[in-house]
Design a protein around this ligand. Structure first.
Ligand code: FMN
Length: 166
């Protein structure tokens, strides 16, 4: 098997636009946890499942793999600063006060373009990440433009659309 150059792999994946989410939970001791996640996607419609992938090295990893519930905040185009804040380890990410109790009482952004509240359905092996499969229990959808991450930058969805919405 050829060995893939990690920097080439990272460069190639930089060509893949991702959503920008902040995923939150609260542990049994009542401590809030959150991290910025681009690996967020829908997985199944029946039952409604999504997935998100925290790194095993993240300080929040233990809290998420043992959480009953988590909340995915899909960031709006004007929320890049929040994404950057929740991508930075080693500080109190909730000190800024932008999060308020939302679904299940979990920290959320009322100005997110969508919120997806999940119960933990499964934890799968994802190499140096874990794959959290969440069963969707409720959704809240706004009409704000979403934030996109592409080529290691925060950006907006490309416009105009090439095809009509389907
Ligand atoms: C746009 C973007 C997307 C990210 N996506 C992920 C992801 O899907 N999984 C992950 O583990 N870290 C991801 N990160 C990095 C984490 O947000 C960051 O390492 C975080 O601080 C880890 O949480 P910790 O503070 O609990 O260690 C992403 C960062 C950015 C800026």
């Amino acid at each position: 098997m050829p060995i893939v150059d990690p920097s080439e792999f990272v460069r190639a994946m930089g060509r893949v636009p991702t959503p920008v989410t902040v995923v939150t939970t609260v542990d049994a001791a009542g401590r809030r946890w959150g991290f910025t996640a681009g690996t967020f996607n829908s997985l199944s419609l029946d039952p409604p499942l999504v997935l998100v992938c925290p790194a095993r090295s993240a300080s929040c990893h233990g809290a998420f793999v043992s959480a009953d519930r988590f909340l995915v905040n899909v960031l709006s185009a004007d929320q890049a600063a929040i994404a950057a804040d929740f991508a930075r380890s080693g500080h109190d990410k909730f000190a800024g006060g932008v999060m308020t109790p939302c679904e299940f009482g979990l920290p959320g952004l009322t100005t997110a373009t969508a919120r997806i509240a999940c119960t933990l359905h499964a934890v799968l092996d994802g190499g140096d990440h874990s794959i959290l499969v969440g069963r969707v229990e409720s959704v809240a959808t706004g009409d704000r433009e979403p934030l996109v991450h592409y080529n290691r930058r925060f950006t907006r969805p490309a416009d105009p659309a090439l095809t009509p919405a389907r």
